[in-house]
Ligand binder design. Structure first.
Ligand SMILES: Nc1nc2c(ncn2[C@@H]2O[C@H](COP(=O)(O)OP(=O)(O)OP(=O)(O)O)[C@@H](O)[C@H]2O)c(=O)[nH]1
Ligand SMILES: [Mg+2]
Ligand SMILES: [Zn+2]
Length: 299
């Protein structure tokens, strides 16, 4: 006789420490705890769970289509799984770190998740400077959308609706760029959904402290994931030799290097540094590359 129990399937919609909120296919939400380390999960995971009183126990995580990592100090932290795309939100103010932006794009590329940059708060005078700093990204083929989520709401809503429709989209970026503003603009009952989750998980209300899943529609086909603002976006999960291939502008020129294992730092006849000299790779991107190499290189 098989002792296998048919386990229910669920979607992880929020997590805080070792507590998770799992949504059933019927749309009910309950608190779940993982059984052991092997069932560590992230928002967006499909899990098999079993009822235990009013709560649930996560028995295992279904195979993932993709998984976005972000390393925090010395720990590798995963963010979210099974994503269709990412919106990297930056703003005219506060001034964003180009290094953190570049890193987030590299992480997305590594995870195989299409990413777009959204520049918010273009109503502010500092938006000109922000636009200039994003020019290398637009030049290398990253889509850069410009919005004022608080000021031109209808325009932003119309603009984003098509992009998001039927997909699961992770919204990430530094703190204070407007990620929650974007969620509130598109999810009519977001405040209610947040309130409920915050209550269940015992977290705060204003600055986002946990990654949270929102449905945009009753049919539950379009989803947005809000995430806490990041300060540091570490990339320790990436081998240093793979870095140039994950930077679109570098990848385009690395095939011109004399040495197949060129590090693009000091070798002669380097295609990347030639492109840098011609202005086809920006000085800031090259500097950021050097920083990340120094960080990832084995000591
Ligand atoms: N001027 C201006 N301010 C905006 C715009 N959109 C959002 N803001 C303001 O920016 C501030 C931060 O917005 P949030 O949506 O809380 O930012 P967040 O990215 O969720 O921040 P964290 O949760 O801390 O990561 C709020 O005071 C918003 O009102 C905009 O288009 N223009
Ligand atoms: Mg927020
Ligand atoms: Zn080279």
């Amino acid at each position: 006789m098989s002792k296998t129990v048919a386990l229910d399937i669920g979607l992880v919609v929020a997590g805080h420490g070792r507590h998770y909120i799992v949504e059933t296919p019927e749309g009910e939400r309950l608190i779940c705890h993982p059984r052991g380390k092997r069932s560590d999960c992230v928002v967006g995971d499909r899990v098999r769970w079993q009822a235990s009183g009013d709560e649930g126990v996560i028995e295992h995580v279904e195979p993932r289509r993709n998984l976005l990592f972000r390393q925090d100090e010395w720990k590798i932290k995963s963010f979210a799984a099974n994503l269709d795309q990412m919106l990297l939100l930056v703003a005219a103010e506060p001034v964003f770190s180009e290094s953190q932006l570049a890193r987030a794009l590299i992480a997305a590329e590594h995870a195989g998740i299409p990413a777009r940059i959204v520049l918010n708060k273009i109503d502010l005078p500092a938006s000109g400077a922000a636009r200039e700093r994003l020019a290398p990204y637009a030049a290398m083929g990253v889509d850069v959308l410009e919005v004022a989520l608080k000021v031109h709401q209808d325009e932003a809503r119309a603009w984003l609706a098509d992009l998001l429709h039927g997909r699961t989209t992770l919204v990430l970026g530094p703190s204070g760029t407007g990620k929650s503003t974007l969620i509130n603009l598109l999810v009519p009952d977001a405040r209610a959904q947040v309130g409920e989750l915050s209550l269940a998980l015992g977290t705060g209300r204003h600055t986002t402290t946990t990654t949270q899943w929102y449905w945009l529609d009753r049919e539950r086909s379009t989803a947005l994931i809000d995430s806490p603002g990041f300060q540091e976006f570490g990339l320790r999960q990436i081998g240093v030799q793979h870095l140039p291939a994950l930077m679109t502008d570098f990848r385009a020129h690395a095939s011109q290097c004399r040495f197949y294992n060129c590090t693009h730092l000091h070798e002669p006849d380097c295609g990347v540094r030639a492109a840098l000299d011609r202005g086809e790779i920006s000085a800031s991107r090259y500097r950021i590359y050097g920083e990340i190499v120094a960080e990832l290189a084995p000591r």
